[in-house]
Design a protein. Structure first.
Length: 317
């Protein structure tokens, strides 16, 4: 539509200048009005949903509908909608006892968890930090990421084949072609969730990086965990360990900058470098895929942003 309307500028401009500009301005106002009606309808739906199901379920519904990138929404197609699963999710979260521990983001960077790693010749090892590495045996390592909140929350998603290798201590050291990544991202696989960080560290290795997040919404995190773990399907491109952790972190931080003086806070955020760093990383991850390296840097930027622009840490959630 934009290309079609823009082409009117070049269609006999001299003889049609009296109607081309009003037409384009009219189209702009029509599109603005359509956007306003769409937003109003979304807000009405959210308000009615909140009155019926409660704020927590609405936050999860809003997050999945309007915040998750369209590329990753098909990853939730096998799950029931939050509206249908509201009662079950509420019952699951009622059994949990909120803790006061810090939220720990565990990251295994590819270059730091690979055995017999071959350092790159370049000064900026972008590939080895954000994508994958190959060791001297030819094995491909992509790293891993997880999220931990004591005493009972641990989100660590992986494919069942790799999980069985770790638990049975049967590592495949054969040379791997990088085309294996194209084969894996083309279809869904059977996935599994680790039970705890201690289990993962014992049977594989401890995390190479740990980020502590002190401000977060525990209820939202518990809701997302109970919802996400309903389906263990694993997909290297759209439903991998890093996609899961990035979404968990986003919903855990949802609303943490709310409060008074929102206009002043908005202006301060616009000039904060960490906001632009996080936005840049998020855009790259949506265009490519979330990886442990991207999750690590994204979490560092978001954590710094939240701590700088929010008040003192709450003692209860």
């Amino acid at each position: 539509m934009s290309i079609l309307l823009g082409s009117f500028f070049f269609v006999q401009w001299g003889s049609h200048k009296h109607w081309v500009v009003p037409l384009l301005f009219g189209c702009v106002f029509i599109l603005m009005g359509g956007g306003a009606v769409s937003n109003a309808w979304m807000l009405r739906h959210t308000r009615l949903f909140a009155e019926k199901q409660g704020a927590d379920i609405v936050a999860l519904d809003y997050f999945l509908r309007y915040y998750v990138s369209p590329r990753y929404r098909p990853a939730f197609s096998h799950l029931p909608s939050p509206h249908k699963a509201a009662a079950e999710i509420k019952n699951m979260t009622k059994k949990c006892r909120p803790g006061t521990s810090e939220l720990l983001l565990r990251v295994w960077l590819p270059a730091e968890c690979a055995e017999s790693y071959i350092p790159p010749e370049g000064k900026i090892p972008v590939l080895s930090r954000y994508l994958l590495v190959r060791d001297k045996k030819g094995c491909v390592t992509v790293g891993h990421s997880s999220l931990q909140l004591d005493p009972d929350i641990y989100i660590s998603h992986t494919d069942k084949q790799w999980y069985d290798k770790i638990m049975n201590n049967k590592y495949d050291d054969k040379d791997e072609d990088l085309s294996v990544l194209d084969q894996l991202k083309a279809h869904d696989e059977e996935g599994v969730f680790f039970g705890s960080y201690e289990e993962e560290a014992k049977y594989w290795m401890p995390a190479t990086r740990t980020i502590k997040v002190s401000r977060f919404n525990e209820r939202y995190l518990r809701l997302f965990e109970s919802f996400y773990k309903k389906d263990s399907t694993y997909n290297l491109a759209v439903r991998n360990c890093s996609v899961c952790i990035a979404m968990s972190l986003d919903i855990a931080l949802l609303g943490e900058l709310g409060g008074s003086n929102m206009v002043l806070r908005f202006l301060r955020l616009i000039f904060d470098k960490d906001l632009w760093v996080a936005a840049f990383i998020r855009k790259r991850a949506e265009d490519m895929a979330w990886s442990p390296g991207l999750v690590h840097d994204y979490a560092m930027a978001m954590n710094s942003l939240i701590e700088r622009h929010s008040g003192p840490v709450r003692t209860s959630r």
